[in-house]
Every structure is written in structure tokens, then in C-alpha cells.
Design a protein around this ligand. Sequence first.
Ligand code: DGL
Length: 254
Amino acid sequence: MFDSGVGGTSIWKEVRKRLPYEDTIFLADSKNAPYGEKSEVEIRELSIKNTELLLEQKCKLIIVACNTATTNAIDYLRKTYRVPFIGIEPAIKPAALQSTSKTVGILATKGTLSSSLFHSTAENYAAGIQIVEQEGTGLVPLIEAGQVDSEETRTLLKRYLAPMIKANIDYLVLGCTHYPYLVPTLRSLLPKQVKIIDSGAAVAKQTEAVLEKNNALKAARKKGLSTFFTNHKVETLASFLTDSEPTEIAYLNF
Ligand code: DGL
């Protein structure tokens, strides 16, 4: 799987929980983060680079562990490569279905919120629901720097949440795989009744379903290898994996 940086490890953890015997390779393209501020063409080029590196490693399936890359590049990737791709999109549908205030907040990158895939999902699944959209500008670089609860992060989040709280949201959708690391801080800033949802567990479930359908699940009941590559700081990536016992975390120039 790949992400623009460390955030996709939140997805890797869900996949690991569900599919512990699979070998995994994770690419953290932190050198090029944030993707969310880049153009669609740039995001697609970076997604191609990551995909080709994973294919060289003989991956049988690729998880695009990044909402921004999914919403901007997955159609192209699916058309271009034969390997199955699993993408991640903001969990607008479950939030819209469960919302009683009929008002849902979404925090995501500019790249995701401006994509046509996001807009069609919102139109198809959230009719009659008010969606309060907020770009999380500045959050990904802070998380990449390990600042999940710094003063600066809290100040930004307070600003981003204010219009949502005012609009009486009862669900906050995290539309970026970096943001699950902000949950403790978000919890401390949101009213108690607001539920926070992300798409990590759904991605793991879908990954299992596709592997099963393709008869590609590993038969051996042995813990899978988990290799992580970053093209930036190994220590930062490692700090997001302290609870995970990875097999290897290494620097790779990609
Ligand atoms: N983890 C990426 C996502 O899910 C972050 C995008 C970025 O690098 O801006 O959208």
C-alpha cells in the first residue's frame, strides 16, 4: 500500500488486524507530502511512481491508503494496471445514513474535496443531508512532523471545527488517512454527542473480500512480514508504528 506519508499506517493497522498472515509493503512518500495541495496531474504522477515500485515487488493487490490519491488517481490506475486496487474514500455514506441532525461534517484535503469522485459520492449518498466541508490545510505537515497534539495543531483544529459545531453536526467524517491520529485531540474539542468516523475498517474488509474472490489469500497460518519504506525520516515513520512490531522500517530513495 502507499500513502503520501505516515497517515496510511492507520489503514495498514486495520488491514493487519483483519489479515495478519499477509505480507505487506508500505510506501510512505513523505518527501512529497502533502499531496492534498497538488494538482490532479501531479497526484496521478506520484501514484504511478508508487504503484510501479510496488509492482516491482510483485504485489498481488495495491491499497491506495490515501483519500487524495484515490479520489484523483484510482480510475487511471485501474485502467492502466492489471493488479486489483483498493481505494479509500471519505465515509460520507454511513455518516449520512446514521445522522439524526441531518448535518455531517467532513474534514479532508483540498485535493479530495475538489475531486469529482468526492462530489459524485456526496451527491449519490447524501441527498437531504447538509455537508459542512472543511479543508484541513496545514494538518498533514504537522502530523508528518509528529505534532498530533501540539498547540499549533489544536489552534488549527479549533478553527476548522467551529463552523461544524455551529451547524450542529452529529457526525465528523475523517476524509484523510492522516487524521485518525488526531482523534484524541478532536475528541477533546468536539461536543460529546458528535461521532467521528473514518474508512479504515471498511478498507480492510474490502481487501479481504477481493483477495478471497481472487483466491489470493495466503494459506499459511504464519504472521506475515511487514516492510515499511519511507523516502524521508525513518524515526518519524517508526514513531507511528510503536504499537505494531513491523518486520522492517527502512529508508528508500523513491
Ligand atoms: N493521507 C492523505 C489522504 O488520505 C493525505 C494527503 C496529503 O498528503 O495531503 O488524503
